[in-house]
Write a protein that binds this ligand. Sequence first.
Ligand SMILES: [Zn+2]
Length: 224
Amino acid sequence: MKENVKTNMLTDTLVIDNITIPYSKYKTISISCSGGADSSLLLYILMKYKQTGTIHVYTYANNLKGRLAAKSSANVIEKCIQLTGYYDIAHHVLYVDKHDSKVMFSNLSLQKEITKSAIVYSAITANPPKDIADSFCGEHKNSEQQDRDPAIQRPTFISDTFCTPFTNINKKKIKELYDYLGVTKSLFPITRSCEGFKSKTENFTKTCNTCWWCLERKWAFETF
Ligand SMILES: [Zn+2]
């Protein structure tokens, strides 16, 4: 009879400002990072406490959005290396025509298989309270409302593998974490949350300051 070996035993948990993050200091892990404020902070945290093991970073660069995520995530990785000294990073950039949370989540199992990661992270947050979110009348409404409903409590760890530590907190708490970790002035300015199209961003050289994600960022950080 085969022994029931638990191959994915976790030995570490990070608790940062009351947010609990299942973790492994030594094993290979992977994270989806768009270069936005949320995923960049989670990447920073994972790098800060890592001892050994590759961190695979997956970025989806949307062709319709000027493929900006490729550049912003590379800038974020460089900044995180400067801040943490950890550089065992493999950056995977996938160029796609469309990107939303459905595309990302459907690829997480594949990501785990390819990278042999002990834990696969994504940094999805909860929406702001409904009245605030409803006041964001940007050109593009948030397409992820269902996955980010602040009225629903979601699990942060599924099958000892898929971890979304920020799923029950909103961007104001993300701002608190930036302050708590002392990276509001260093890391945050490198990140980019805008999802505005070419015509609204002077050919992707500026933020549009009107899309849902710009308004959410302004709400939490008081700056675009
Ligand atoms: Zn925008």
